[in-house]
Design a protein around this ligand. Structure first.
Ligand code: ADP
Ligand code: MG
Length: 751
């Protein structure tokens, strides 16, 4: 069985509609130990034959057997494996990687074979020594002479140590002195291999050849065996040498991941001009993508700052509404913890009150505003002074001539009446006024005026609010009866002792013997945030005659049907703590962080800016904005791709070369990916450095700053991921274009 057998093999070239015959119906048997010289005039098909044999090019017709195995079904990958295992190539044009050093070129062949670093370090210097290039070991190939280059190519073939060595006009580009050296080297290493040399100049090889094949017009016209002057056949007896070798040819190892990474990194930097060009392209990509990212982000933020909210009258975008996860009331500790958190501008403890306005009036003047705790007042009033008693208040509003009338000062010391939601009246006195500049047009919602109340006053108001916003039921003889929504019928009366309740006579029939007094009832309150119940004894009922005596009130008609209760019991039912608070952050960009922190601290959180309705709803705008950004990023992608393809034209030759050495598609792709991702990340790193210097004030660019203030650490990570994905896609595309043609094809295109 011969090593290589060709049966009627033909290869055609198709170019521009013309079919040219490369070789036609070639029959050939080749075996290890032969030194075959192929001659013939230019265009006779020598190179084509060699490329078909070495699997660098495909054939169209006939059969080729490798160690008896048919190859017509071979895929590109199969041929790569075949090349890696059997073939070393030497070309007229050297096909070395000119940006690598001599050492790196030779080592590359072994790396692609999956050799260990130890082995590479041990063998490569010996091989380089053998071809006489030791002193040029670390010189870049681009700086060697032609003869030296061909020696490197031979060294590389030696490093691969395969059983077939093909050489296509190895001396074609060399002067006769260098050529002689190369012929000697080739003969030297040919010993136990199948060597196939294509040459114009048969004379150079005639002393060493065991067989001469002459080609003409794509056909073999002469095939002569020469009684070997070659010693190798004797030196390497068929059996021993070959058997030993077969044993070595175990499973195909392939290039290590570490080596792929290393090559990727080396390729990134070994052509400085290209590296800088790529860096420029990626800086462009980074800035374009960042700009788009920021635009989308910014849009989201600004959109949500405009608009309105139906449930919260104050929809300042910096506001976060919080309540406790267990629905309990806020404690002093809760307030303290929140107030001391970073980025908290202020805390509104009485959130429910904050969203409902209070109305106060006397005979001369009326005023309405949002209720705030006096502890929220951060400065001395402009007019008057701070309150001292519980019923004293400070007003705040715009100094626009009508909020406080012509003469605000006149209001200081005046008493007003406030009616809380449960219908009770309170007297309050104004001690100070805070005058705000402007007309309030820049405020969110209608928070033009505020009224600062004492704790005691606030809890009164709050009680009224809870009372009127809750459902109160009364349990009589085990029957639950919803008596009133809010406090419609429940009224405070000092004459009713604690623990008792006074009902109208209409309740008497509900009890045994038609007599309510002395029975027990249970009052239950269901409010938004709490439930409370109270067992009370019926002190009696009131009718027309007993009303005045029992209640101390005059007109029954005004109070018909009311149920009277002691103020202390009333407070037990309705005077509760605050269950909802609002946090204002110092800047909207800190909202997300604040939200996370509060949620971790056991609060339910509502970020108002996320719940603001808007004309051209925020969603609508991002519906346009996001696709726009994606389209622009796609455009950036393609521009970058085409520029990078131009810059990396020489990489095509690089990958054709490593493919000839037997490297597969996947490792090639990975090497490219490493290079582009690395390049891209260096560009991104530069960008980050630039923004850092900007933040530190070392470089000044206000425009950039106003752009970047929208970005958080998370955004920078997302951006990095987007950029990496782009770099990976670009490299994938680039490699697909490289692998579209065969390794030889790439050379032909680039030549
Ligand atoms: P040699 O190496 O003996 O000079 P080749 O094998 O290179 O000959 O070429 C054999 C024939 O195939 C020639 O007629 C040449 O024109 C043709 N040929 C070679 N390569 C190509 C190609 N890439 N496209 C079209 N025709 C080609
Ligand atoms: Mg040729």
């Amino acid at each position: 069985m011969s090593m290589i057998r060709l049966k009627n093999v033909s290869k055609f070239y198709y170019s521009k509609g013309i079919i040219a015959s490369g070789i036609s119906r070639v029959n050939l048997d080749l075996d290890v130990g032969e030194f075959v010289v192929i001659t013939g005039e230019s265009g006779s098909g020598k190179s084509t034959l060699l490329n078909v044999i070495s699997g660098l090019d495909t054939y169209e017709d006939g059969e080729m057997y490798i160690e008896g195995k048919e190859t017509s079904h071979y895929t590109a990958t199969d041929f790569e494996a075949y090349r890696q295992k059997y073939i070393s190539c030497i070309f007229q044009s050297f096909n070395l990687i000119s940006s690598y050093t001599v050492y790196q070129n030779v080592a590359l062949a072994m790396q692609i074979d999956g050799c260990s670093n130890d082995e590479i370090r041990r063998r490569v210097p010996d091989i380089i020594e053998k071809v006489g290039l030791s002193e040029y070991k670390n010189r870049k190939v681009s700086r060697l002479s032609g003869g030296q280059k061909q020696r490197v190519a031979i060294a590389r073939a030696l490093a691969k140590d395969t059983r077939i060595l093909v050489a296509d006009e190895p001396t074609g580009n060399l002067d006769s002195a260098s050529a002689e050296g190369i012929v000697d080297l080739l003969t030297d290493i040919a010993s136990d291999k199948l060597v196939i040399v294509v040459t114009h100049n048969y004379d150079q090889f005639k002393d060493h050849a065991t067989r001469v094949i002459k080609m003409h017009d794509g056909k073999i016209v002469e095939d002569t065996g020469i009684s070997a002057t070659r010693k190798s056949a004797v030196d390497y007896p068929e059996g021993g040498g070959r058997a030993a070798r077969t044993g070595e040819e175990k499973s195909r190892k392939s290039i290590k991941y570490g080596t792929q990474l290393l090559l990727g990194i080396r390729n990134t930097f070994n052509l400085p001009a290209k590296f800088l060009l790529l860096l420029l392209v990626f800086l462009f990509v980074v800035s374009a993508v960042t700009a788009q990212y920021v635009t989308v982000r910014q849009q989201k933020d600004t959109v949500s700052e405009e608009g309105w909210n139906n449930y919260f009258m104050n929809y300042n975008p910096k506001r976060i509404v919080v309540k406790k996860t267990d629905n309990s009331a806020f404690t002093r500790e809760d307030y303290k913890a929140i107030e001391n958190a970073p980025h908290v501008e202020r805390l509104i403890r009485e959130d429910m009150l904050f969203d409902s306005s209070i109305y106060m009036e006397n005979d001369d003047f009326s005023f309405s505003g949002y209720m705030l705790n006096i502890s929220n007042l951060e400065q001395q009033p402009d007019l008057g002074g701070m309150p001292e008693k519980n019923n004293e208040v400070v007003l705040s509003g715009y100094d626009d001539g009508w909020t406080f009338g012509e003469n605000p000062k006149a209001l200081i010391g005046k008493t007003f009446t406030v009616t809380t939601e449960d219908g009770s009246d309170h007297k309050i006195k104004v001690t100070g006024i805070l005058l705000k500049k402007g007309d309030g047009s820049e405020e969110y919602g209608s928070s033009e005026s505020e009224i600062y109340l004492s704790d005691a006053m606030i809890s009164e108001v709050r009680r009224g609010m809870y009372a009127s916003n809750s459902t109160t039921t009364m349990l009589i003889n085990g029957n639950e009866e919803t008596l009133f929504s809010g406090t419609g019928g429940l009224v405070v009366n000092e004459n009713v002792p604690e623990g008792y309740i006074l009902l109208p006579t209409s309740y008497d029939p509900m009890f045994k013997k038609g007599y309510a007094a002395g029975n027990e009832v249970k009052l239950s309150v269901k409010a938004l945030y709490y439930q409370e119940s109270l067992d009370l004894m019926i002190m009696g009922t009131y009718g027309e005659k007993t009303f005045q005596k029992k209640t101390g009130l005059k007109d029954l008609a005004e109070h018909d049907g009311e149920i009277f209760i002691n103020p202390t019991d009333y407070r037990r039912l309705y005077e509760k703590g605050s269950f909802q608070a609002s946090v204002f952050v110092d800047d909207t960009k800190n909202i997300e962080g604040m939200k996370d922190m509060l949620e971790r601290g056991g609060y339910h959180v509502l970020v108002l800016k996320d719940h603001i309705s808007n004309f051209m709803n925020g969603e609508l705008i991002s519906v346009i904005q996001l696709p726009m950004a994606v389209i622009i990023c796609l455009a950036v992608f393609f521009i970058a791709y085409f520029v990078i393809r131009l810059i990396l034209k020489s990489r095509a030759v690089y990958f054709a070369t490593v493919r000839m050495l037997g490297m597969g598609k996947k490792p090639s792709k990975r090497i490219m990916r490493v290079e582009l991702v690395l390049d891209c990340m260096i560009a991104y790193g530069l960008f980050l450095l630039f923004t850092y210097l900007n933040k530190r004030g070392i470089i000044h660019s206000d425009r950039l700053m106003s752009y970047l203030m929208y970005l958080t650490a998370r955004d920078y990570c997302i951006l990095a991921v987007i950029l990496i994905i782009m770099a990976v896609l670009i490299s994938g595309r680039f490699m697909r274009s490289i692998f579209r043609s065969s390794a030889m094809g790439t050379y032909r295109e680039e030549a």
